[in-house]
Write a protein of this length. Structure first.
Length: 330
């Protein structure tokens, strides 16, 4: 089965189990693990544990209730764009089992911000939700701020925090928004909107692992200048070095963002660099190659406050959160 079909097949089976009271009880007893030492308080939000699900898995907030039963401390939906868009042509998601990795070029396929809002208004389970927002593919970078603003306004009442995604390699020109001037303008505008709200929401920035140290220095400066509340480090990488999968197979797959084990080391390096450069003043959510409790500990020791899994969830299965949480307590 293709990875994309397998994703929806598995999640729809989970939905079927969740539909009954017995099923819900079984899921929660089987996959959740609670312990007082796992709780984290950040931005005034009480996280039951530090293990979240990264954006990209539940793009449209279709499965938040079901995912809540798998023990996640929080789930990030999206990337959401203002208007629905189909994303890139399939096939666009590829497994690299030899590397415990994925390559995706999904291209922000989603039903749009209004649809995500409606689903979040109807959810039943208590779960901390992050809203990862982006721009439509056909929106020029000069007007990108308008797309982020629309998503921000649409989702404000239904998410607990926001993540500004300017680091996906699968929307042409998007990563150009990581440059200092356009990024500062975009974040200042969103922070201005945020301050106008009665109770502002934490606003975070998701960055690529492919940034140089100079660019990371700029990110630290931008966070301080704009007053945003944190960083998600990191997104997928365009780097293809040191893979166990043969070059011919990788070349045949083509463009896309690589995630999973090959990203573990670089993601940790970025977390540590940002933590050190900011003297620990910037809260960081770490993502990239987290499969085990040891991987999560490495990120937390490097300076992360919370962690997110994605590819690890695909390869390790639904027990991953419970295993990581138990390992963190031990």
């Amino acid at each position: 089965m293709s990875p994309e079909k397998a994703h929806y097949w598995a999640m729809n089976r989970l939905k079927t189990v969740y539909a009954t009271g017995i099923g819900r009880g079984l899921l929660k007893s089987q996959f959740t693990f609670k312990h007082p030492s796992l709780e984290r308080e950040l931005w005034g939000i009480r996280f039951p544990n530090p293990v979240g699900l990264a954006a990209g898995f539940d793009k449209d907030a279709k499965f938040t209730d079901q995912l809540a039963c798998l023990g996640f401390g929080f789930v990030e939906i999206g990337t959401v764009t203002p208007r629905p868009q189909p994303g890139n042509p399939a096939p666009r998601l590829f497994r690299l089992p030899a590397d415990a990795a994925l390559i995706n070029r999904m291209g922000f396929n989603n039903d749009g911000a209004a649809a995500a809002r409606m689903r979040l208004l109807q959810r039943k389970e208590s779960l901390i939700i992050g809203g990862n927002i982006g721009k439509n593919k056909d929106t020029p970078n000069e007007q990108a701020w308008d797309d982020y603003e629309k998503c921000f306004q649409e989702l404000f009442d239904v998410v607990d925090y926001f993540v500004v995604n300017v680091s996906s390699p699968n929307t042409p020109g998007l990563r150009d928004l990581q440059e200092k001037e356009p990024l500062t303008k975009l974040l200042n505008r969103l922070m201005e909107l945020n301050r106008q709200k009665g109770k502002p929401k934490p606003l975070l920035l998701k960055i690529a692992p492919d940034l140089t140290d100079t660019q990371l220095d700029d990110i630290v400066a931008i966070v301080k200048d704009t007053g945003i509340q944190g960083i998600v480090a990191t997104n997928t990488t365009i780097d293809r070095s040191n893979l166990a999968t043969d070059n011919t197979t990788v070349a045949a797959i083509g463009a896309g963002g690589l995630s999973g084990k090959p990203l573990t080391k670089r993601a940790t390096e970025v977390v540590l660099y940002l933590h050190t450069k900011s003297n620990g003043s910037i809260p960081i959510i770490a993502a990239g190659g987290i499969f085990t409790a040891a991987d999560a500990k490495e990120k937390l020791n490097a300076g992360a406050s919370l962690v997110q899994v994605y590819t690890g969830f695909i390869y390790e299965g639904p027990y991953i959160v419970k295993k990581i949480c138990k390992g963190l307590v031990q």
